[in-house]
Design a protein around this ligand. Structure first.
Ligand code: SF4
Length: 262
């Protein structure tokens, strides 16, 4: 029995398109989970809705994509009430752990088909959408309950192949999914957030200001060495967007479950 973790981005969409295209019955998921932090952009929620109908139509999942979440509060609400930023800002992953992984684990701990499989001594197979361009993420996460498979890597699909598969399936290629206040966003993405979703940028800046008035230490803001406010002001001051950047390029990113193709 397969359970697929849908992140709302290119990789997990390509994984679904590939399962249908390759007609691989062994990979058809019995359950697809999307963990909602409450902070995705509207395009991602629209894509989730579209794909939920798509999996019902093409893969026969009558429930569509099942949305799970931390029921008590969203990540944005937690940041505001604790006067802090998402923990990924300090390279910790507790934001994705609390708002992505744990809600899925909680759901699985009550999902009868999985309980029956475990009672019978079987494992459930988790399908994870890491692609062939990021093989370092595909560690052996299998344990006594789960076998973990990475279909995109098995198929040798990198980002280009993923996008091509989505287009062959006549699915709109989704934008990158992440919280709109994610500290892992690139400088250009912050500028685009102001252009496309000024309301969401205002909410991200409110999180940042609130944290700076609280217990933020050694971190300037959502961009770590700088605040997003500085990033936005820097780009407003540019007469031309000529590619000049404020932030130094990141030496490395902190991979987390939220990255779903970019
Ligand atoms: S998208 Fe970013 S802020 Fe949101 S849970 Fe993932 S790492 Fe944390």
């Amino acid at each position: 029995m397969n359970v697929l973790s849908f992140g709302g981005g290119v990789n997990s969409t390509a994984m679904l398109a590939g399962i249908l295209e390759r007609n691989d019955a062994q990979l058809i998921p019995a359950l697809i989970l999307f963990a909602d932090t409450g902070g995705e952009k509207p395009e991602t929620y629209a894509h989730l809705e579209l794909m939920s109908a798509w999996v019902t139509k093409h893969l026969g999942l009558s429930a569509g994509i099942t949305v799970v979440r931390e029921e008590r509060f969203t990540l944005e609400q937690e940041c505001l009430s604790a006067k802090t930023l998402p923990s990924i800002v300090t390279a910790m992953r507790s934001c994705s752990d609390k708002f992505k992984i744990r809600p899925q684990n909680r759901f699985m701990s009550k999902w009868k088909p999985a309980l029956d499989a475990w009672d019978a001594g079987h494992k459930v197979t988790k399908l994870v959408g890491f692609d062939a361009g990021e093989p370092w993420r595909a560690k052996d996460y299998s344990d006594h309950k789960y076998t973990v498979r990475f279909p995109l890597i098995e198929w040798g699909w990198g980002r280009d192949e993923c996008i091509a598969a989505i287009e062959r399936a006549a699915i709109p290629v989704p934008p990158k999914s992440s919280c709109f206040f994610c500290p892992e966003m690139r400088e250009q993405e912050i500028v685009e957030l102001e252009r496309d979703h000024p309301d969401l940028l205002d909410r991200a800046l409110a999180i940042e200001r609130n944290a700076k008035a609280g217990k933020l230490v050694r971190i300037a803001g959502l961009a770590r060495t700088h605040s997003w406010e500085q990033v936005i002001n820097f780009h407003r001051d540019q007469v031309l967007l000529d590619g000049t950047t404020l932030l130094a390029p990141r030496a490395e990113r902190t991979p987390c479950v939220c990255f779903d193709g970019e």
